[in-house]
Design a binder for this molecule. Structure first.
Ligand code: ZN
Length: 340
């Protein structure tokens, strides 16, 4: 595969703290010869592992972007053993528009492993896959439900087949110290950033921190504290690792959303009415919400029925809904030993 067309202005092998940019070629009606600048920060100090911290894969998820900006600004080399590379926002144009997708319609989280000769999102994905993931021991990718989804704030992981990788990912997921953790599957396509990093054997830690177009102070605190504790847990950041116990909190609830039946889809288009709240326990067969037809007010609303027992962990945040959109996720409560 040919070399990346991206230029990184940092020397990622150099010690100390550096601010730079990734320059992604683009050509637009406003400027025929242009580059999209994506800020990147490296903080390196001596021997040790490398963490790659990523925010803003999706532009309508500010939680991770702000936590990564705070980390990048505050982190000093003397606090680090090894290297922490931070890209606060991988999709700056989408962030500016406060949209999930790039203005081109690309979903960066479906662009992996990418291509050096594809459209710009694939070129960026290719650079991450071939230049940045190989440097990293740990990849942290902070997401939320964005504008359209409201998630219980959780840290998450895919089920990966390699038992040692799975164990280390589970420990990283738990180190976020959120009240909830979730093991999930991809129901809406392939080409995810985390999937490529996992394929390369990396320890991948991800999150869905709330969402719904609104970020509370508690969520900002959780994004910031969880990110720092994950870096402490893996040894890149100085300081005592915090646990749920040391924080005076009860054990986390581990959720499994690894079956297609966990993901409930709208049977018809219309206005979505939820009948459940986040964290609520439901039984299989229970009506969790209804789809209303604005065009046919004489019709009874179409029920959406839980197919499994479990905990409501995602609710669609906006009412206007198309047939096939995910409206609720019901996850099964699980024990940590299931991940061994
Ligand atoms: Zn996302």
């Amino acid at each position: 595969m040919s070399a990346s067309p991206l230029n990184c202005t940092l020397d990622l092998e150099a010690p100390g703290k550096q601010f730079g940019v990734l320059q992604l070629p683009r050509s637009s009606n406003q400027s025929g010869w242009s580059t999209l600048w994506i800020p990147i920060v490296s903080v390196a100090n001596g021997e040790g592992p490398t963490a790659l911290v990523l925010g803003g894969v999706h532009g309508d998820e500010p939680e991770g972007q702000i936590a990564a900006l705070n980390l990048a600004r505050e982190l000093q080399p003397e606090q680090v053993s090894g290297r922490v590379v931070v890209i606060p926002c991988l999709s700056p144009e989408a962030s500016r528009a406060y949209t999930r997708l790039w203005p081109s319609g690309a979903n960066l989280n479906r662009s992996f492993p990418g291509s050096p000769t594809g459209p710009p999102d694939e070129q960026l994905a290719h650079y991450l896959s071939t230049e940045l993931f190989p440097l990293a021991d740990v990849v942290v990718d902070v997401h939320s439900g964005g504008r359209t989804g409201l998630c219980l704030p959780w840290s998450e992981m895919h089920w990966v087949e390699d038992a040692e990788q799975r164990r280390r990912m589970a420990d990283g997921m738990l180190a976020w110290n959120a009240d909830w953790c979730c093991v999930y599957i991809d129901i809406a396509g392939t080409g995810l950033l985390v999937g490529e990093a996992e394929r390369q054997g990396k320890i991948v830690v991800s999150t869905e921190l709330g969402g719904g177009g609104h970020v509370t102070a508690a969520i900002h605190r959780l994004a910031r504290s969880g990110l720092a504790n994950v870096l402490r847990h893996f040894g890149m950041l100085e300081g005592e690792v915090e646990t749920r116990d040391s924080l005076g909190l009860p054990p986390q609830t581990l959720l499994m959303a690894t079956e297609a039946d966990n993901y409930l889809l709208a049977p018809v288009s219309g206005l979505w009415e939820t009948l459940v709240d986040l964290g609520q326990r439901v039984d299989a067969g229970e009506v969790v919400g209804r789809m209303h037809s604005l065009e046919r007010p004489e019709l009874d609303p179409e029920p959406v029925v839980a197919r499994t027992d479990g905990v409501v962990c995602v609710i669609r945040a906006i009412a206007t809904t198309d047939q096939g959109d995910n409206v609720v996720v019901v996850a099964r409560e699980a024990d940590r030993s299931e991940l061994d």
